[in-house]
Design a protein around this ligand. Structure first.
Ligand code: B12
Length: 329
């Protein structure tokens, strides 16, 4: 007895589309352009594909998903496609391994990997852990500030997008706000009103400055970002501020910044200083005499000491002691 001949299983174009995820249109285009796939025709003239061709199409699909270009893989024989697919699998699993390794790496690069992977909960946990390990001052100088810049650079290179940047900003704001809540000073001096100019939405630098100023025993009152200029002046008067601290990113144009500072200068009472942090683009332009550019947070402690030793500062420092003596008499 002879074995019955198994009719070769062949698939219609719709079945191939369902199986491989490659659309009918694309299958027809490849056939015209690359000569593959090369289907036979059934009795109705419809395309029918052998299983061997469908397996090859599955591998091609995997390789395209992994970033290979159609022109480089479609004409390749099955053996070559298998080798390429193996390489893709190996590099995907070692990339996953690298992310796992880096997920417990507290360096800037390690944290950046978590930002890029949108791993918000692990990022928050690593930031909290780094804060505990370094203490607030070093956390800001050695982690929060360089990490924020690294995220900005990664964004400019197209390695992270706006959603990753927002997730990162949320996580860092959360950590900084909690830390500030723990070190906030009620009756320190100088008294500093913190905010940004009306067109400035970047607020992370402001939070970093607030944290350092609180550690220096300043009494900070932060209004968050984008306070109108007349309200900045009114807040400074109402809270008897010694200093108005403004944070400004490089995004703000020089003329907009100078106009805003001139407007604020005209509204503030004479004793109030203005400290301008961030990356203000002032070039060599003249600033109102009360305005100082304070872009390096590491020097803020020395500045505060100088302010306390100045005439205005020593009046402020002595005021509580003088009041206490007057009460005792
Ligand atoms: C985080 C971030 C964002 C976040 C802001 C979140 C938030 N709540 O703050 C989001 C995602 C919302 C954002 C949006 C945008 N951003 Co943005 N952003 C940044 C990034 C990465 C960090 C900015 C920051 O917080 N820096 C804080 C610290 C690390 O740096 P610093 O400003 O130099 O401040 C230090 C000191 O000077 C000091 N300091 C700061 N403030 C103060 C204040 C006082 C009183 C004192 C004493 C000290 C002090 O402390 C800091 C620590 O050392 C920067 C990259 C960068 N290089 O800064 C881009 C960057 C500023 N953004 C940029 C852009 C283009 C934008 C968008 C226009 C993007 C878009 N297309 O939507 C929008 C604009 C938003 C708006 N309406 O203004 C560009 C600006 C380019 C330019 N110069 O033209 C930058 C430079 C990114 C880049 N490399 O291109 N951004």
């Amino acid at each position: 007895m002879t074995e019955p001949v198994q009719p070769e299983v062949q698939m219609s174009i719709s079945a191939v589309e369902r199986d491989t995820g490659i659309s009918k249109d694309t299958l027809r285009v490849w056939e015209r352009r690359y000569g593959f796939p090369d289907p036979e025709r059934d009795s109705n003239g419809e395309r029918i594909y052998s299983l061997e061709q469908v397996s090859r199409l599955r591998l091609i699909r995997q390789l395209l998903d992994a970033g290979h270009r159609p022109g480089r893989v479609i004409g390749e024989p099955m053996q070559v496609l298998r080798v390429l697919a193996d390489q893709v699998r190996v590099s995907a699993s070692s990339a996953r391994e690298r992310v796992r390794e880096r997920a417990t790496d507290p360096s800037i690069d390690g944290l950046l990997v978590l930002v890029a992977a949108r791993d918000a909960s692990r990022l928050r946990a690593m930031l909290d852990m780094t804060l505990l390990r370094l203490g607030l001052e070093s956390f800001i100088h050695d982690c929060a500030s360089p990490l924020t810049r690294a995220v900005g650079e990664a964004w400019a290179r197209g390695e992270v997008g706006i959603p990753e940047e927002h997730l990162f900003s949320e996580a860092l704001q959360g950590v900084l706000r909690e830390a500030i809540g723990r070190v906030k000073v009620e009756h320190g001096s100088p008294r500093i009103v913190l905010t940004t100019l009306p067109t400035e939405a970047h607020g992370l630098g402001l939070l970093m400055a607030q944290a350092i100023l609180c550690l220096e025993r300043c009494q900070c009152l932060s209004f968050g970002v984008q306070l109108p200029i007349d309200e900045i002046a009114a807040a400074a008067t109402f809270h008897r501020a010694d200093i108005v601290g403004l944070s400004c990113s490089s995004l703000m144009g020089t003329n907009v910044l100078l106009d805003a500072l001139a407007d604020l200068d005209a509204r503030l009472s004479p004793d109030v200083r203005v400290w301008l942090g961030g990356e203000p683009q002032v070039g060599s332009r003249r600033l109102p005499s009360r305005v100082e550019v304070v872009t390096d947070l590491r020097n803020v402690g020395a500045r505060i000491r100088r302010w306390r030793e100045s005439d205005v500062g020593s009046r402020g420092e002595l005021a509580p002691a003088v009041a206490a003596m007057a009460r005792r008499r």
